[in-house]
Design a binder for this molecule. Structure first.
Ligand SMILES: CC(C)(COP(=O)(O)OP(=O)(O)OC[C@H]1O[C@@H](n2cnc3c(N)ncnc32)[C@H](O)[C@@H]1OP(=O)(O)O)[C@@H](O)C(=O)NCCC(=O)NCCS
Length: 560
């Protein structure tokens, strides 16, 4: 080994020892002697590398690589291929969560001492200049995309960016609380939003545009709405119409029709909206979407009068379904988050599907309203049962019996709450006092078979009848069940509902009707006896002893 090489080794050992001491103990605790001890060299060897510890710090800091987050900004500055907003958010998350990833503790010590030492100040200024240039360039990139308001000064924004990072790194070791990195993202996003231009450059864009329909669920507050619109502004969208509807859980559903520059993809729209909402649906619109909504709705209704068969397609368009199909009343999937099954006629159901975006209450209400319109247009007089039946109870009271709609769920729940505990027990064999949402939805349609509701002239639901496959996939046996609101019992409604359900089961080509009845339910037993079917008691070991299973063959009786 040459003496020169020895000296080089010694110098790097001394600097490494000084760097470690400055990092772990701080410059106040380090001295030439402690550095010499750590490097295992005589003190005078340390003096030849740095006259004092500030001198050593200057050399150590001059050689320090920039920390990773700082390098990320420099990379973005040099190559604007990556989205500057994304880089700033990533950097912010790292910087706020782990400030040392932006400012090395040794560099910070140099920053603090630099005002008192000219040669240290030179090194620090040079490093800050590099950081400044990189930050300024990223701010320019952000400005280009409209994320910085023209009223905000470049230098002020750059200094702010640098100072926040340095300040955090200085304070972090002294502050007892530590905050999750992810928690800072929301703060940074909001800070960036406050710097953003009201309308980004390019809002006067005159190129081609495409129509989109957007549905987002956000907090029920004007501020949340403003944020959605802000995102639209960043996309240079023309907002053609916006409607807000209450959504469960203090939220609102926003329906937007927007025209967006043709070069912005669906993915880009979804990504932009994901910063304000987790529930977003983006679907290509049509040129007609931009027309006045009320005109469109009335035109749509007129089309349905001319052609009620268009109802399924119209329902699908109304709820932005991905696809729709008309199935027989006894096949196809049941309602679930991504499937909306609607009774259309007693024989046909409409099944709407939308992957990845659960249907929300308002949409069920809309589809329901549309099918109600079709109902009203086509309701047959008593007896024919195309869409519904007008029946007259004992005492001459008129009642409408029709297929249930999702929008009936609340009225069906209300009817159950007006029934006695015993009525409910007789129907469900369980003391049901709380109606879970999905159970209600099922009771109001949304499954294979049929659900009928009986409605008074003032719109109250007073009876419910179900016919559904006894086993989920069975096409053989249909279970039939009825419940009539307590106050309305004894007027002949139960019997009428039961007969209609038997007709429907026959029409759906089930072979057998099944009734599960509590042995002491005299009213139901009498009703069954009064039907045109012959009921036979069946023993089923799976059922509790108090429940009787009654079976009747459907076809022969129906043919009779
Ligand atoms: C069973 C139920 C649906 C009957 O509904 P309803 O509208 O009162 O019945 P109707 O008025 O149509 O009466 C039908 C027949 O049963 C008879 N009936 C009614 N209550 C009766 C009773 N407690 N005991 C004996 N017969 C009775 C009626 O007299 C009538 O016969 P009629 O035509 O010879 O007069 C109703 O009582 C109810 O909802 N009960 C709770 C739920 C239930 O038990 N569901 C059946 C299990 S699936």
């Amino acid at each position: 080994m040459t003496p020169k090489r020895d000296r080089l080794d010694e110098r790097s050992r001394i600097l490494a020892a000084a760097a470690a001491l400055f990092e772990n103990e701080g410059i106040a605790r380090a001295s030439r002697r402690t550095v010499a001890n750590a490097a295992d060299v005589p003190t005078r060897a340390v003096t030849s590398v740095g006259r004092n510890r500030t001198d050593l710090l200057r050399t150590v800091v001059g050689d320090l690589p920039f920390p990773p987050t700082s390098q990320r900004i420099q990379k973005q500055a040099a190559d604007s291929q990556d989205n500057p907003m994304e880089t700033i958010l990533t950097v912010a998350r790292d910087a706020f969560g782990a400030p040392a990833s932006v400012w090395d503790i040794r560099e910070l010590q140099a920053v603090v001492l630099a005002p008192f030492d000219d040669s240290l100040a030179d090194v620090v200024r040079q490093r800050i200049r590099l950081r400044w240039e990189a930050a300024a360039s990223v701010i320019q990139q952000l400005r280009g995309s409209g994320a910085v308001d023209s009223a905000i000064d470049d230098d002020a924004a750059t200094l702010h960016l640098l100072a926040v990072g340095a300040g955090l790194a200085l304070l972090e070791p002294l502050i007892p609380q530590s905050t999750e990195a992810a928690a800072w993202l929301g703060l940074v996003a909001r800070l960036l939003e406050s710097l953003a231009a009201v309308d980004p450059p390019g809002s006067s864009y005159s190129g081609p545009r495409l129509p989109w329909r957007i549905r987002v669920v956000i907090a029920a507050s004007p501020g949340a709405t403003a944020r959605v619109l802000r995102v639209m502004a960043l996309l240079r969208a023309d907002v053609r119409s916006m409607l807000s509807h209450a959504h469960p859980g203090d939220r609102q559903l926003l329906d937007l029709v927007v025209d967006v520059p043709a070069d912005i993809t669906r993915d880009a729209i979804e990504a932009a909206l994901s910063t304000v909402s987790r529930q977003t649906i983006v679907i290509r619109g049509t040129a007609q979407d931009a027309e006045d909504l009320f005109t469109r709705v009335i035109d749509g209704a007129t089309d349905l009068v001319a052609d009620p068969a268009a109802a399924p397609a119209a329902a699908a368009a109304l709820v932005l379904a991905d696809s729709w199909q008309v199935t027989s009343a006894t096949s196809g999937p049941n309602s679930s988050a991504e499937v909306m099954r609607l009774q259309w006629t007693p024989d046909l159901h409409v099944v709407l599907t939308r992957a990845g975006a659960p249907f929300v209450e308002v949409e069920r209400g809309r589809a329901s309203a549309l099918l109600r319109l079709v109902d009203a247009l086509s309701r047959a007089p008593e007896g024919t049962g195309s869409f519904g039946w007008r029946v007259t109870l004992k005492g001459g009271i008129p009642v409408a019996i029709r297929l249930a709609r999702p929008a009936d769920a609340e009225a069906v729940a209300a009817m159950h709450s007006r029934c006695t505990e015993q009525d409910r027990y007789q129907r469900y064999f369980a003391p049901v006092s709380q109606w879970r949402e999905d159970q209600l939805r099922k009771l109001a349609g949304g499954h294979r078979g049929a659900t009928l509701v009986a409605e008074t002239s003032d719109g109250a639901i007073i009876g419910l009848g179900n016919v559904f496959p006894e086993q989920p996939d069975s096409t053989k046996a249909a279970e039939i069940a009825v419940i009539v609101e307590h106050e309305w019992q004894g007027w002949g409604l139960g019997q009428r509902l039961l007969e209609l359900l038997i007709d429907l089961a026959t029409r759906m080509e089930f072979d057998q009707a099944i009734a599960l009845v509590l042995a002491d339910n005299a009213a139901m037993m009498t009703m069954l006896e009064h039907t045109r079917l012959t009921w036979i008691r069946d023993t089923n070991p799976d059922l509790p002893g108090t429940v009787v299973r009654l079976i009747a063959a459907l076809k022969p009786t129906a043919d009779a």
